[in-house]
Design a protein around this ligand. Sequence first.
Ligand code: SF4
Ligand SMILES: [Zn+2]
Length: 314
Amino acid sequence: MNENSEIVINERWIVSNRGKKNSVDPRKPYAWLVEKERTISGEIEDIAIIFLTNRECQYHCLMCDLWKNTTDETVPVGAIPDQIEWALNQLPHVKHLKLYNSGSFFDGKAIPEEDYERIASLVSNFETVIVESHPRLINEKCLLFRNMLKPELQIAMGLETVNSEILLKLNKRMTLEDFKNSVSYLKQHGINSRAFVLLRPPFLTESEGIYWAERSIDYTFSAGVECCTVIPVRSGNGAMDLLLEKGRFTPPDIHSLEMVLEYGIGLNAGRVFADVWDLDLFSDCKKCIDQRTNRLVEMNLSQKISGTINCKCD
Ligand code: SF4
Ligand SMILES: [Zn+2]
């Protein structure tokens, strides 16, 4: 492909531009940590996150780098509960738990259904368990798992963007209707959902990125989600780096993340969080990056708009 040729984004192109996976152990989660989150009831509480090691997601979204810590094959029955048990022994006792598996919890090739019962029993002391899923994998399996659980189940799903042209280019293989129907199916069955929204996916300018992130937040709440997390898009998965090189993608600026979070919180429609990992990637200003990061963390926890930061980079 020469410099000027149009990039045709499809599954094959996305996968062929990947680098190597990290080496992972199917008997151990690849990460685990505790962070603070404002809960539905308004308390600020610790939440444990276990990043499970399992087979890579069957979808290959353009912006996703979660495949890096996955296996090629389905892990044996028993491996996922073993990972959870192992991580829980390392973690302090907290009330809430996220089980993130670099894909969809309800993808049978990632988490074997035979493991649901043991997983449910391992997490029975928690108040809340949050898992993630592609919207198209929301079905009666969610109810089957929920019915085994003592804690409340919440399900996080990526809307990514309400801009349907961009959504198509992201190769998410989902329509806006799919997302809406899944949220409403879960709601009908008493399960709260959370949404992920992207800030400035490829092919958008900074102002378009802000505009579409805000419209996406509007859409998730009108669909019925309880909580929404805004994720600034980054490169690092091969395909995104190529788009960056070709000028078709630019990471968003931290100022835009602040604006979108302010907008979302101001709606008073539900909790809105900004993803605050690696925020250095979204700022060139060493003077205010720490202050801006702290401001975002504070807004995440208070769900109130904190005082603005004045800096030459504004
Ligand atoms: S569905 Fe989620 S985990 Fe799977 S490729 Fe897309 S963004 Fe990544
Ligand atoms: Zn600055």
